[in-house]
Design a protein around this ligand. Sequence first.
Ligand SMILES: NC(=O)c1ccc[n+]([C@@H]2O[C@H](COP(=O)([O-])OP(=O)(O)OC[C@H]3O[C@@H](n4cnc5c(N)ncnc54)[C@H](O)[C@@H]3O)[C@@H](O)[C@H]2O)c1
Ligand SMILES: [Zn+2]
Length: 373
Amino acid sequence: MKRVIVQSAAGDYPVLCARGLLRNGRFLARALFEPERRYVISSPRVWRACRPRMAAALGGAAGARLILLDDREAAKTLRTVERLCRRLVRAGAGRDAVLIAVGGGVVGDVAGFVAASYLRGVRLVHVPTTLVAQVDSAIGGKTGVNLREGKNLVGAFYPPKLVLADPAVLASLPDRQYRSGLYEVVKYGVIGDAELFEYLERRLDRLLRRDAKALDWVVPRCMRAKARVVGGDEREAGPRQALNFGHTLGHALEAATGYRRFLHGEAVGWGMVAAAEVARAEGLLAPAAARRIRDLVTRVGPLPSLPEGREARILAAMRADKKARAGELRWVLPRRIGRVEIRSEVSERLVGEILTRLPEIVPRLPAGGQGRI
Ligand SMILES: NC(=O)c1ccc[n+]([C@@H]2O[C@H](COP(=O)([O-])OP(=O)(O)OC[C@H]3O[C@@H](n4cnc5c(N)ncnc54)[C@H](O)[C@@H]3O)[C@@H](O)[C@H]2O)c1
Ligand SMILES: [Zn+2]
């Protein structure tokens, strides 16, 4: 079993990762606190896929109370938070409750925010079931929900007591969701782990097949990377910003298309290619390295095409994002594979130019994977 300790001002916590971890009922019976205080928060879809494993982990039906919520991105709202809190009250959950979030980033972000605010804070355990959640959202303590005005605008830093990741649960993930997580894996390579990047260049085909050996190497490696970054900078004052590589444009793409065209990781895929181009144009990154980033992103799979009339809409979304973030719009630019730097100003003209060229820079992308999510 791989074990990483994440440092947090509110108390350090362990992240455990092993294939078959959730089947280890006896170990989990101790790790998951008192059975009568457990509330499993999940979604109907996740629960259908993960119930056999979780039932083993929880020691049968008596091992926890189950609350299912809608985990579509559109339901990541304050209304869902209120509903969940009210169900906890009705179920008799007190200050000593333990919320066990079983699901992807949506379940984790909502349950995490509820754990932060219900009775001013109850214990939280993450059991991430998507690749994004295992390598990213379950670690670092960011929780929150969306407003109509933008994503993740209401939330709290609220670290869990424990994170339990079992790569075996990824087997049931829809293909597009799985690949969406792989773009975030590529991100870890670019921002701080050249060895991971090279591994991905060599072994991407195995990872795309969800080969157990490849996944069991990659998932803990990314977890460690995330733990290292957030441990030193919980509130994103400095180094944690590197995790936003590909996200400046990625967020704008998601917003400009009403969050319907791209999965988050897919938008980040485009964003990473664009950021590499910005870095190349600014003379920070060698053309060959920019090409390697582009090639690896392209190999992960088909990206939905950019929206029609894209430049103006995307630039407008970036301006709106900048305003929502109190005038700060930072670009994370690679200097080489494994090293990035933060720039607060990149000229809009350059970004516009790169947006125009982006479909030619990534010429092989077929139109597949489009449509509503
Ligand atoms: N808190 C953070 O630091 C952080 C970081 C990254 C992303 N996020 C947030 O995470 C969300 C995205 O999360 P996500 O990518 O994990 O997707 P998700 O939570 O939307 O889940 C994707 C889909 O897969 C299904 N699913 C989940 N696990 C499954 C499994 N094992 N088998 C079958 N189906 C399964 C879900 O029901 C859902 O339909 C966004 O809201 C984003 O803002 C938060
Ligand atoms: Zn992301």
